[in-house]
Design a protein. Sequence first.
Lengths: 435, 172
Amino acid sequence: MNLASPFAFSIYAIVFLSLLGLPIGHAMIGGSILYLLLVGQDMGIAAEQLLNGLYTSFVLLAVPLFILAAEFMNSGSITERLLRFCDAIVGRFRGGLAHVNVVQSIIFAGMSGSAIADAAGTGKMVQAMMTKDGRYPPAFAAALTAATAVIGPIIPPSIPIVIYALVSDTSIGYLFIGGIVPGVLIGLAQMGLIASIARRRNFPVEPPVPLRDLPRITLRAFPALMMPVVLLGGIYSGVTTPTEAAAVAAAYALAVSVILYRNLGWADIYRSLLVSARTTASIGMLIAGALVFNYVVTSENIPKALSLYLKAYEFSPLVFLIAVNVLLLVLGCLLEGTTILLIVIPVLIPTAEALGVDMVHFGIVVVINVMLGLVTPPYGLLLFVMTNITGVPLRDLVREVLPFLWVMIGALAAITLVPDLVLFLPKLMGYRGAP
Amino acid sequence: MHAFIDKAGPWLRRRAENVIVGLFAILFVAFLVQIVFRYLLNFPIGWTSELTIVCWLWLVLFGAAFVVRESEEIRFDLIYYAVGDRTRRVMALVTGFSLIGLYVVSLPAVWDYVTFMKVQKTAYLKIRFDILYSIYVVFVLAVLARYAWLVHQAIRGKAPAGFDAEKTGSGL
């Protein structure tokens, strides 16, 4: 590559401005304008790419709607009912509340598409339950909450999966269903680790909930438990598109909270809309920047060139996947995940396709990597959120989160090596796999 | 001047918040109307999906221009929040001037593109594209004003605010 080409200068500008703290969306738009200026193209192309890109990316509308659904869930008492339900099931084991933390994450993952929202919503509540009366060390509780929140976007619905579907042109429906087994697997791996830690550190047991109370508690949580069924049922029966399913999910959460549980007023609804709209605007900005920058990358033919270059080495798909895992885990320590999905992944996709990697398998592996990036220091958003909420120093949090990180990387390795862990369910639903 | 901004600022911010909440509410309701018409009444309508995408476009650009706070922006903050106030001020100056320069240079071309789009209309609602896309011009002007303000603050000796993870706009 020519180090003094317009493309190189555009990259320098983006990296330089981002390192100095300019919002990444603006850095990408700015760098792309510089590119257009240097090659003498019409700078209106930047506006054209951004506006037409946003105007035609219909699938992206799922993002604000999933955020909204999670907001409605968190504002109502749905969360509390679900926690009671989880406690009734796994509270009776040693380290009961720690297991509750995992199980609630798995269940909540079926309703929310955002790990940050999970950690700041239900995660915050379960963390507080764990540390009440000094039952669990605060650092352990906070680290566990960060680790379990990772499951949220691996199990559908999922904001990162929607973004991956956009950049890779893969079916959201198959990606969603492909995330279920890996998400549960990661949860089970965490529970295995908790079981061993709980014995060693002598964690408390919750007073067992009598089994005859179980039907009543389940019934109370039932409308909330039906949310994943409504969502996935709509998509797989073909009744709704994934984007419409996101709207239905938000409407369902709203209806359950307002009509059935009667604890969501106008002020809460306004606040939920505002919080979701804010998040939408700031992710939208990043997406807008990526749309413009993608024009530059595509007109320079970078992904194609990389794919030819790597193909010449005749990597096996497995070697490529392992290399991608390592690359993404390292990048995840430094970068925000959406940025990785929007900038790094489009460059890798042609190579993955050329090597015959299945795009659904690849997508889930990528999303798990990006989610693990949220708990890897020094830059891990979930770690920051938990330090903010609990006041536990980052150092202690990192120490407690590391064992969880290792078992999750173990699970990721299994998922990478055995594609059918991802592809089994999609194939049952008629997915034909890579051509 | 500053007293006026201090007073008018929060009021304007709340009105801007009203706007994006309104856009989001319309987007949400239009989706539900679309689903009801298509699946319950068996009568597909096209204008709802157009309305949702119009709201989305405006929500992102209007929101990014007037509602998203500096602390909510998605940025590479490993260095940004690790350095001292003085260094951060210098960084804010460099990025501010660069961004203003690039956006100003592109502004005439942006204007040409947006006004040129008057020749097209959207399929169902017949909105002229120059009106629909005019939000981008508004966005660029608002960003210029915002960065001019940030540069002004940095020169006067006020460093940009510190980091708050819970406020970050990441949807992950």
